[in-house]
Ligand binder design. Structure first.
Ligand SMILES: Nc1ncnc2c1ncn2[C@@H]1O[C@H](COP(=O)(O)OP(=O)(O)OP(=O)(O)O)[C@@H](O)[C@H]1O
Ligand SMILES: [Mg+2]
Length: 277
């Protein structure tokens, strides 16, 4: 599949159909002591191609569980998960995952080899995968570090390397679990701007988990709020800010942005009761 592009500053087209479908999903974990944890309850969700979906909710409400179901790392106790109209039964390169910590990068490989690994495992010829890797390293501003070891990179650079690695694998969907959660505030703001640009340039579908209401409202074309466990979707709202080319700092100062943050925060607060087992 070739990169889908939209002109910079405008949101990607959403005419490409549906990328993700979650239908009637419940998920129950069996615990070591023989008990059960009801993580997700009755989740129904359609994500259109090219959406930037941000999921927020209290700790332990089931956000990572939903991402792992979409990634194919877990199978739902009840209900169905589809990607591109096909049931999800296992992980696939079309659903790339960016984790909170860059521990998924291989320390014994250079930055370049980490990024080329997916195409290599899929049998992409050497020249093509090198070109593709360099394209994605340039996109995230890491081309000059291509031959370094990953442990020689800063935390923010390692997260950019993870993003390049996922993009080099030509995913339809980027699944991102608090990818900027462990970074300092300045680096985080910088990477938010970079991710917005990458989304605007590539038209990738993004499913992004965050604890930050501000981050969700700044980046999302659509924001979801999940209740305390067992997680249910209690707010599903489209937002206008992700398609803007204005600096994020300017957006954050606008009354519309502040009001959207207040709505999302209110939805979290009014559904933040004690979880049920
Ligand atoms: N492998 C597991 N076995 C048993 N329970 C689990 C397992 N993984 C997660 N849980 C439980 O399922 C619930 C949801 O966990 P999950 O990691 O999806 O929450 P989360 O919303 O991502 O939280 P956070 O914001 O803290 O990352 C929690 O109560 C957690 O303890
Ligand atoms: Mg989580």
């Amino acid at each position: 599949m070739s990169l889908r592009r939209a002109s910079a500053g405008s949101p990607p087209t959403q005419a490409g159909g549906r990328d993700l479908r979650v239908a009637g999903v419940r998920h129950v974990y069996a615990t070591q002591d023989g008990g059960e944890v009801h993580a997700l309850d009755r989740i129904d969700l359609d994500v259109a191609s090219g959406e930037f979906l941000c999921l927020v909710g209290p700790s332990g409400c089931g956000k990572t569980t939903l991402l792992q179901l979409l990634a194919g790392f877990l199978h739902p106790t009840e209900g169905a998960i589809e990607a591109g109209g096909v049931p999800v039964v296992k992980p696939g390169h079309e659903r790339g995952v960016v984790f909170q910590h860059p521990s998924s990068l291989y320390p014994w490989l250079t930055v370049r080899r980490n990024v080329e690994l997916g195409p290599r495992l899929r049998g992409v010829p050497r020249g093509a995968r090198r070109a593709r890797g360099e394209q994605e390293l340039a996109r995230v501003g890491l081309l000059e570090f291509a031959d370094r070891a990953v442990y020689e990179l800063s935390g923010g650079m390692q997260q950019r390397c993870q993003i390049a690695r996922v993009l080099a694998n030509d995913p339809d969907v980027m699944l991102m679990d608090e990818p900027f959660g462990a970074l300092d505030a300045l680096t985080r703001e910088h990477l938010q701007g970079e991710l917005r640009r990458i989304w605007q340039d590539t038209g990738r579908t993004v499913f992004f988990i965050t604890h930050s209401v501000d981050e969700a409202v700044a980046l999302a074309s659509r924001v979801l709020v999940m209740s305390t466990r067992p997680g249910r979707i209690v707010l599903d709202e489209r937002l206008p800010f992700s398609g803007s080319s204005a600096p994020l700092a300017d957006l954050r100062a606008s009354p519309a942005f502040v009001e959207a943050c207040a709505r999302v925060r209110a939805a979290i607060d009014s559904n933040a009761g004690p979880g049920r087992p």
